[in-house]
Design a protein around this ligand. Structure first.
Ligand code: SF4
Length: 646
């Protein structure tokens, strides 16, 4: 019997209309655990680097995490993995809610789509019954509206739905996949649209077996209570903390302007009163005692669930206010647009217009105020109408297509990502490494285990460290030594980046929410999950006996495999940098040293390629062999690290 996982994937060939239930190899689970880990292995095996993201041979994989549908609380993140046309590289996104657990209750660990449907379809899964159905009647419908209509049509009010809106249908690069109170962004919705999948509807009523139920309950029940009582976990920012941190520290407009001390007490009161007025209720995800999402009803707009990151992104990009943000999300979320990159694209278009690079010919009847302009641009982009067809490819591609100086306004893209999280000021060493070397980019997927800033008061610092039981001793020491207005040492920055990302790779394989784990250690106290207690949950649920060291090694394997996917597609050191003007003051020599030291620490050569020694040591011999065959590594490249000249 398989424990924690079901042992079956659904393979859907959309071109042929073929559906297969395929037994999976338990050894894969031992090596990669599940979620993003096993998805990366499938992409490695089946999507060679020559495959264009829009090719029918590209795969779109929805993965449950290993701990979904077990008693382990807060395990509900579904991983979506594919290759994105925005970058030509690997694309990974997560969404919470209820979809992954429901898929497991239906009897599947993953849905793997290949091919392209001849016309718009949806997938209907009810335990063993799996059908590809016509979705012609849903064409042009909003993402949430589609979910409601399908549940009614199927008479399945308890089904879970992941769907796209008009943006995905029209292959807008910023298209998201929407599900209940959550969504997946960063290049995955466009592939769902390209494959002509309007929605996936799933209903499952089966049991998921666990290896040691009594032992698992013994730790899961108190964990649920602890999460409930623990103020240091969940998305605390969603709970109206005043928003000053974001509006004061992150860039406004097209990733440039900063408005220090913008947020006043009066504004805080006004914004919180507005939230109170529009919020119908708070909602949670599957088997979680926290409530991080607000159900919002804005007058004249369809109801929607608001996620923490979308709360300010439109307002800040448009120099608008919170009311505008609540208003426009009612529109953009129904269209299935990523609330992170889309506002930047629209702010970019406005800047081009104000600079005379885009004109009234490109933007006929363009309104005079920013907020109306955003509403105007949304409709052009999701329909790919006129200049919207160009903007729908994101800032990076649009800038190059428009030309005439538009590239100068592309402030915030890099080879790997359409928009990086926006902070200005001095270069920050751990953040430099996270932005430069990460294969994920959302703030909640790169930072989290180590605080963002030092604590000035030494007593408070000591208190913080005393309670910080998720941290290994060296991190406590580095934090105690960290003084205000200083960067951590290069050695500490390297370890901090590695620790942050390894914890995320663990979460993304087992499906636990980062707000309960990898994203929360930075605020001190006790994040419910950490490297010392996660092995117990995984072992009791799955029967795979592992300790912290073995879990760490598994996350390293997954991380190196994900890097290998991008290396095989041409990613190299030259691509690993935050945007040129991301920080006002840069330190080129230190940045070079940071990369040198980080690569060395990771066992990568000076071009950022995992060495043969590293790969073979992690059981990724098939990667090193492939790299040698392709001339990416040489036979003897257990690669001594060579320093590059400045
Ligand atoms: S902590 Fe919040 S976002 Fe995470 S699973 Fe729980 S309710 Fe969802």
């Amino acid at each position: 019997m398989r424990y924690a996982e079901t042992g079956f994937d659904l393979e859907i060939d959309l071109s042929r209309g073929n559906i297969e239930k395929v037994a999976t190899d338990p050894e894969m689970t031992e090596l990669y655990l599940g979620g993003q880990g096993t998805a990366a292995k499938i992409l490695w095996d089946r999507v060679p680097p020559e495959v264009d993201p829009f090719s029918p041979d590209n795969l779109l994989i929805f993965s449950t995490g290993l701990l979904h549908s077990t008693p382990v609380p807060g395990a509900n993140r579904t991983s979506v993995d594919t290759f994105s046309p925005q970058t030509g590289l690997y694309s990974h996104s997560l969404f919470g809610g209820f979809f992954g657990p429901e898929l497991k209750y239906a009897g599947y660990d993953k849905i793997i789509f290949r091919g392209k449907a001849p016309d718009l379809v949806y997938l209907w899964i009810k335990n063993d019954k799996v059908e590809i159905r016509d979705a012609g009647h849903l064409r042009g419908k909003g993402a949430q509206e589609t979910a409601t209509l399908l549940k009614e049509e199927l008479n399945e009010p308890d089904a879970q739905v992941a769907s796209i809106g008009l943006a995905g249908e029209n292959r807008v690069y910023m298209a998201s996949i929407e599900h209940a109170n959550s969504s997946a962004s960063r290049g995955v919705g466009v592939i769902m649209g390209d494959k002509r999948i309007k929605a996936i509807v799933v209903r499952g009523t089966r049991d998921v077996h666990v290896a040691r139920p009594a032992e698992l309950s013994e730790i899961s029940i108190p964990m649920y209570r602890e999460m409930h009582d623990n103020k240091d976990c969940g998305d605390t920012m969603a709970h109206g903390e005043g928003d000053a941190f974001h509006v004061d520290n992150f860039a406004w407009g097209n990733a440039r302007a900063r408005r220090r001390n913008f947020f006043t007490k009066e504004m805080e009161e006004e914004w919180m009163a507005l939230e109170e007025k529009l919020r119908v209720r708070w909602t949670a995800c599957h088997n979680c005692p926290k409530d991080c999402h607000q159900a919002i009803v804005y007058p004249g707009r369809p109801p929607y669930f608001q996620k923490c990151y979308s709360k300010l992104t439109y307002a800040m990009a448009a120099f608008g206010d919170l009311d505008f943000d609540y208003d426009i999300i009612g529109v953009t979320q129904e269209h299935g647009l990523d609330a992170y990159s889309t506002p930047q694209v629209m702010a970019f278009a406005i800047e081009l217009y104000e600079a005379g690079i885009l004109t009234d010919k490109d933007l006929p009847d363009f309104p005079a105020d920013n907020e109306s302009r955003f509403f105007y641009l949304v409709e052009k982009i999701v329909r790919r109408e006129g200049i919207g067809d160009v903007l729908a490819n994101g800032v990076y591609w649009a800038a190059r297509q428009i030309g005439n100086g538009a590239e100068e306004y592309d402030h915030n893209t890099i080879k790997k990502f359409e928009q990086v999280p926006i902070k200005l000021g001095h270069v920050n060493y751990p953040y430099f490494l996270m932005y430069a070397t990460g294969e994920k980019i959302n703030i909640t997927q790169i930072e989290g285990s180590f605080p963002q800033a030092p604590i000035a008061d030494r007593k408070e610092r000591e208190e913080f460290v005393k309670q910080w039981d998720a941290a290994p001793e060296r991190f406590k020491k580095w934090f105690m030594e960290w003084e205000p207005r200083q960067n951590p040492s290069i050695e500490a920055a390297v370890h901090i980046c590695d620790w942050n990302e390894t914890m995320h790779y663990i979460d993304d394989a087992i499906g636990t929410c980062a707000f309960l784990s990898s994203f929360r250690g930075q605020f001190g106290g006790r994040p419910p999950y950490h490297i010392y207690n996660l092995p117990g949950f995984i072992s009791h649920a799955s029967g795979i006996d592992l300790d912290s060291d073995r879990l760490w090694e598994t996350a390293k394997r997954n991380r190196n495999l994900v890097r290998a996917l991008n290396i095989r597609r041409g990613l190299r050191r030259a691509d690993e940098k935050p945007p040129e003007d991301h920080w006002k003051n840069r330190e080129p020599e230190t940045e070079k040293k940071l990369l040198d030291e980080y690569y060395k620490f990771k066992g990568w050569n000076n071009d950022g390629i995992p060495t043969r020694e590293t790969l073979d040591g992690l059981g990724l011999d098939f990667v090193s062999e492939d790299f040698i065959q392709r001339g990416i590594l040489t036979e003897d490249e257990a690669a001594p690290f060579e320093r590059t000249a400045i």
